[in-house]
Write a new protein. Structure first.
Length: 173
């Protein structure tokens, strides 16, 4: 399994990490946030072709911002997430990748089911709604900046970043 992920800036990752403290007050152990939004999860056999194709798609993309507007529960996967608006740059990237690779994407990142988010807490054993409400009370909506897309290989011990694309501003002279 290989994921194409939009990496958010350091300051935004720190804001989301601070939200996790609410979970710790509930006695829930949380994992450090890597700070990303998954664009696509590739389930096919040719990781190199997927990466090369995505790099070609992303070559025309420039840095962009996303607006995190709420904290919510995605109960189907037992997670609490910070959800950004589905805005043009994010949607365009996802749709371009899904148009090319939709047949090889997992259920959650194909066009019909994709919901951009950053996971804050995973725990199938607790009432996530109560915790999400506590987190939402502390949450202040904000813009996060994306200047890099990474390719994350899922491993037995977590993940490994195997490649990346830096998004550059186009300057006309």
């Amino acid at each position: 399994m290989l994921c194409a992920i939009a990496r958010i800036d350091t300051q935004s990752r720190e804001k989301l990490s601070a939200l996790q403290q609410a979970a710790e007050r509930f006695g829930i152990t949380v994992h450090k946030i890597y700070g990303h939004i998954t664009l696509a999860t590739y389930m096919g056999e040719d990781d190199r072709a997927f990466i090369a194709s995505c790099k070609e798609i992303l070559s025309a993309c420039t840095p962009f911002s996303v607006y995190y507007e709420k904290v919510e529960v995605l109960s189907a996967t037992s997670i609490i997430v910070a959800s950004p608006r589905k805005e043009n740059a994010l949607l365009d990237m996802h749709h371009a990748i899904a148009a090319q690779w939709g047949h090889s994407l997992d259920h959650w990142t194909n066009n019909d089911h994709w919901q951009p988010h950053t996971t804050l807490v995973y725990d199938p054993q607790i009432d996530l709604q109560v915790l999400a409400e506590a987190m939402q009370k502390e949450f202040i909506p904000f813009f996060a900046h994306v200047t890099r897309i990474e390719f994350s290989q899922v491993t037995a011990h977590g993940y490994e970043i195997v490649d990346s694309v830096d998004l550059h501003l186009t300057i006309y002279g």
